[in-house]
Structures are given as C-alpha cells and as structure tokens.
Design a protein. Structure first.
Ligand code: CO
Length: 138
C-alpha cells in the first residue's frame, strides 16, 4: 500500500529564513513561493529536490496546529513524513481496520490531493501523512 516518499515536512518559525538556509547553505535551486493554507493553519513552501521535496510549514494564525510543536522545538524540526498511496479512502479504511488512529478525515493537502495523518503512536513516534498520488504525476 505504501508508495513513494512524497516529501518530508519540516516546521519552522520562519519559512523565509529556512528558504535562505536551503538556498544559500545547501545550494537548493528550486523553491516554490510560499502560500497560506488558512484551514490547516499553515504557510507552506516546497524545496524541490531531485528525488523528493522538503515541505516547509510555518504557523498561520493563532490556532495553528504547529504552535505547540514550535514551543517544544523553537528552532523548528522534522514534523512529518509523507508517503503516497493510490487511494486515500482505501488507505484510511485499511489503517483504521488495523487499529491506527487516523487524525481527521481526508482533506485537500498542499499538492491538491486528499491527505490524512496517522498518529505518531502507531508509527514509532513519527507523524505520517498519507497523500493520494496526483493523477497527472504518474
Ligand atoms: Co506534508
């Protein structure tokens, strides 16, 4: 069921500073503009790598779900990993049937396809995002 690693999500107090770091310190050459996802409470930006992406997420608004993460990790840090699945509803049903705690219902993620999150307690302490593979990508 698990597919390609789509991206690694990294929480940051400042996308602008993180982009500068990936660009100037690590030599990244392809970085998207940042944009707001108010319903998810985040600013998002992608650093494009040859084989994957880094998703930078910064709090948007007072109720952002990543405020708590940044309180524990003031400089930011790895927040989640995202794997592609062919069918998000089948993946949700399968994970629930196996006893996993699925956080929320499928909703449209930063790539425009539906995503769900699996609680870290089911995944060795790692918050896992499952994302339906974009149709045009393969
Ligand atoms: Co993500």
């Amino acid at each position: 069921m698990i597919g390609r690693l789509n991206h690694i999500g990294i929480a940051t107090p400042s996308i602008d500073e993180s982009v500068a770091m990936y660009r100037d310190f690590m030599g990244a050459t392809s970085v998207t503009e940042k944009w707001a996802m108010p319903e998810q409470g985040v600013w998002v930006c992608f650093v494009n790598l040859p084989n994957s992406q880094i998703e930078l997420i910064e709090p948007y608004g007072d109720k952002s779900p990543i405020h708590a993460f940044l309180e524990k990790n003031p400089k930011g840090g790895q927040h989640h990993v995202c794997f592609e699945v062919p069918d998000i509803y089948a993946a949700r049903d399968d994970m629930k049937a196996k006893g996993a705690t699925v956080l929320g219902e499928p909703r449209i993620g930063a790539h425009g396809t539906p995503v769900i999150f699996i609680h870290p307690k089911n995944m060795g302490g790692v918050l896992v995002e499952l994302m339906e593979t974009p149709k045009e990508a393969h």
